[in-house]
Ligand binder design. Structure first.
Ligand code: IMP
Length: 501
């Protein structure tokens, strides 16, 4: 427990990515789970992909809290009411973990978590298919349509409905009836093809006349409900009670910039990825959170899917390359066998970083777009995240870079544009980013260029062990964003986590 001295006086701790996700929350939550009594996954759903390393085991979790490997000492792992809960994924994930020797006996699932059903996955995929050039690039896990049912149509189903046959059937019929007309607007051949994808049971829920076979859904999902009912609880009340005397760890998913409230809309997910979303998804109030550890990749950024990315390595070339569904890790290697992190071509630098850092989606295997750390966006994220300290993750990934760039400002390069009370003209500078898509998509980065540390960091175990140039860069970033860096991560293992006192 000695590593956790910095948490003295903290009762409720949040872990929240300040970028576009994939910044190492899984590792951090797994490490902090030793400290916590209650670990709550607060929002998102099976669209997340958290890589967890425990001794010589390594696995990817999409839905269950990353503290699940701690199944002793009365610890509790909770899937909170803010989560879009796909019971098929949950059952698969529990089975996968049990094969690894993790019992999952301390798991609780909120009875108010939002149920993801086949029609949500279907609609997610159909919308993206029909969107052409205005795709969001979703993960295709049904997240948008599920939250849409709750927040827009108000006909969503809760996990609790899996435990009551009559209620489930009634609500399911209403939900499907209200989607019938919408489903009829899509090409029936495309609908049929999507319904035969493995994620939709390879056709098990398909009916040529009604699209969704209600009876098949009812039987399958009630059966999943039976498998899961031992875990279902009123977790909001349990977490509220625990908050008085236990240590609570709130696990975010995705990242601030993907949040529907504050992110780079419309290229966002459908959860509130701020500390407010963290608290709410666990049944708490934002004021209950004592500290948030805001994760960012150490001096770089990644983004999956579409949307503006000011500091992207290779800008449009990269955005286009990474949105090509045929690009995989293997064929990227064939096409760019000599890509180097020190290449004069930034796009190739990005390809090389992707390879070194294995930046391919944990859920979708898509190549992640890569770029430099973006201080104006971090400043914005920090303004909305309560009391925060930084956790700089994956620092070892930049060990080979001879140069590190910090984007300190955004410079507007688009046409005249009215933004609230301001008239933007080319050349206007933003210290703190605006996330208005029209503006962010027309921003150019201003960089500070520094020498890299060019040394292996994965064996460092203390601040003093780190190369002087890296320490200097950490201090510079702290200065630029106005927030202290508390955690430095130099590898996937717990031991590779440095607490800066
Ligand atoms: P959705 O959450 O599947 O609706 O996808 C919306 C956007 O969020 C897309 O750009 C996804 O690539 C992105 N996204 C969703 N979950 C994650 C994540 O865990 N890491 C990174 N990007 C994500």
């Amino acid at each position: 427990m000695s590593s956790f001295g910095f948490l003295n006086g903290v009762r409720v701790l949040g872990v929240q990515c300040l970028q576009w996700g994939d910044s190492g929350k899984g590792k951090l939550v797994h490490w902090l789970s030793e400290w916590a009594d209650v670990i709550v996954r607060c929002y998102g759903g099976a669209n997340a992909g958290h890589t967890v390393v425990d001794r010589d085991l390594r696995w990817v979790q999409r839905l269950l809290p990353c503290g699940i490997a701690y199944d002793k000492d009365g610890k509790i792992n909770v899937i909170g009411s803010g989560v879009a809960f796909d019971p098929t994924v949950a059952v698969e994930e529990i089975a996968m973990l049990q094969r690894l020797g993790i019992t999952c006996r301390n798991l609780m699932i909120s009875h108010r978590a939002k149920l993801v059903l086949p029609q949500h996955v279907l609609l997610d995929k159909l919308r993206e298919h029909a969107a052409g050039g205005s795709k969001i690039g979703t993960t295709g896990r049904g997240i948008g349509p599920t939250f849409g049912d709750f927040r827009d149509s108000r006909n969503g189903l809760f996990v609790n409905d899996l435990l009551n046959r009559d209620v489930f059937v009634r609500k399911l019929r209403i939900n499907l009836e209200q989607k019938r007309r919408l489903l009829g607007t899509y090409d029936p051949e495309v609908v049929r093809a999507v319904m035969h994808e493995p994620i939709l049971g390879s056709g098990a829920f398909y009916d040529a006349a009604t699209v969704i076979n209600v009876d098949a859904v009812v039987e399958h999902y009630l059966q999943l409900g039976q498998q899961l009912n031992r875990y279902v609880r009123d977790t909001d009340t349990i977490v509220q009670a625990a908050c008085v005397k236990q240590r609570i760890l709130l696990e975010g998913a995705q990242g601030y910039l993907l949040g529907v409230e504050e992110g780079t809309y419309p290229f966002v997910t459908s959860s509130d990825c701020t500390s407010n979303g963290l608290a709410r998804g666990a049944g708490l109030n934002e004021r209950d959170i004592d500290l948030v550890l805001g994760t960012t990749k150490g001096f770089y950024t990644t983004r999956v899917g579409m949307g503006p990315f000011v500091t992207e390595h290779g800008r449009e070339v990269s955005a286009q390359w990474c949105s090509n569904p045929n690009v995989t890790e293997a064929n990227e290697l064939i096409r760019y066998p000599d890509a180097s992190v020190n290449s004069p071509d930034e796009f190739e630098q990005g390809v090389a970083l992707r390879r070194v850092a294995r930046e391919y989606g944990a859920v979708t295997a898509r190549p992640r777009r890569t770029g430099w750390v973006d201080v104006p966006l971090l400043r914005r994220a920090l303004r909305h995240t309560g009391r925060t300290e930084l956790a700089l993750m994956r620092l070892d990934m930049l060990d080979g870079f001879e140069q590190i760039k910090l984007c300190t400002e955004h410079r507007y390069g688009g046409p005249s544009y009215v933004l609230g009370e301001f008239m933007l003209e080319p050349g206007v500078v933003f210290r703190e980013a605006t996330v208005d898509a029209e503006v962010l998509g027309n921003m150019l980065p201003t960089y500070e260029v520094h020498d890299g540390w060019c040394a292996k960091t994965s064996d460092a175990r203390s601040w003093e062990d780190l190369p002087a140039k890296l320490r200097w860069l950490v201090r510079r970033l702290e200065q630029l964003v106005g927030c202290r860096a508390r955690i430095l991560s130099v590898g996937p293992d717990r031991e590779q986590t440095i607490v800066v006192e």
